[in-house]
Every structure is written in structure tokens, then in C-alpha cells.
Design a protein around this ligand. Structure first.
Ligand SMILES: [Zn+2]
Length: 169
């Protein structure tokens, strides 16, 4: 945790720099506040997909390229693919996560909801930038029910944080 009482360098004296710092803090605290809920949501989505495919034996094969309609030749993965298509508000980024990661990695599933470039090599939520997290929240249909709860949490978190950092004001 950075202690803002210790920031006393000339660079933060100007009005412009203070505004910039405040904006940066707003983005950072929002991200920190929503990340735990985002992880829980990703876990629940993964558990839900596994339950849908419970009659199939779990498959850890890489079936290569996946598209919205192509035959994967594997019922387990087709159930996953079809449900992700249903939950996704736009077009899944199939190339972000190969099928051999789907059975045991909820983060891989979350990546399918992120932008089509810049995320294929990421292995955890901590490595993902704000845009990626926002895309997951925005594109995943499951979030519509929890978005309100998420923003409540963010507000609470930011209230606590702003009382802690009065010197920035
Ligand atoms: Zn398979």
C-alpha cells in the first residue's frame, strides 16, 4: 500500500497533477474493489458449465480452432462452447483460451469474454488490465444481476479509502 502522506514531491503540487492522481486512484480503487467479486463470478460460471456438462467425461484435449458453429467433435467442449455463446453479449474471443484449459481453469473461461487481443498469454486476473476486467463484466450475461451489488461494493470501498487519504483532497 502506498502511503499518500509521504508523497510530498514537487511533481504533485500542481492542480493538474493532483487531478491526474485522483483519477488514477479512482480507477485503481474501483479495480481493487471489484476484483474479488469478479473472481467469484468467474468461479461460479465455471462450476455452472461443469454442471451442464456433468453427463460427459471431462476433456482436457486441445481441439484447435474453435468457432461459434464448427463441429468440435467432443460433447463436453460443445456444451461449454454453446453455453458461453448464450452467456456472451457479443462475440466470444475463442483464440484467448485453447480448449485444453477450459475444464479446470475459470480464468481461461473469463478470457473468452475479454477483447480478442492482448489476453491470450495472461494466466491470472492479477495480470489483466482494467479494460479486460471491464469487458468480462460487460460481455458476460451473468453479471447483469450482480452489477448493482458490485457498484455498491465499489462505493463502500471508495468511501473507506477516501476517508483514509484526506491529504490528497
Ligand atoms: Zn474435448
Amino acid at each position: 500500500m502506498i502511503c499518500f502522506h509521504e508523497i510530498n514531491m514537487g511533481v504533485f503540487d500542481s492542480h493538474e497533477a493532483k487531478n491526474w492522481l485522483k483519477q488514477w486512484l479512482a480507477v485503481f480503487t474501483t479495480w481493487t474493489a471489484i476484483l474479488p467479486s469478479v473472481k467469484i463470478e468467474a468461479q461460479q460460471l465455471h462450476t455452472y458449465l461443469l454442471r451442464l456438462a456433468a453427463n460427459q467425461s471431462p476433456c482436457s484435449l486441445n481441439h484447435g480452432k474453435v468457432t461459434n458453429k464448427s463441429q468440435i467433435g467432443c460433447r463436453f467442449h460443445e456444451i461449454f462452447r454453446d453455453e458461453i455463446l448464450l452467456q456472451h453479449k457479443q462475440q466470444p474471443s475463442w483464440r484467448n483460451a485453447p480448449t485444453d484449459t477450459w475444464h479446470n481453469d475459470e480464468f481461461a473461461i473469463a478470457k473468452l469474454f475479454m477483447q480478442p487481443s492482448g489476453y491470450d498469454d495472461k494466466t491470472s486476473f492479477e495480470q489483466v488490465d482494467f479494460n479486460g476486467i471491464a469487458a468480462f463484466i460487460f460481455n458476460c450475461g451473468r453479471f447483469s444481476a450482480t452489477t448493482e451489488a458490485l457498484s455498491d461494493q465499489t462505493v463502500k470501498y471508495c468511501e473507506i479509502k477516501s476517508s483514509e487519504r484526506t491529504t490528497v483532497e
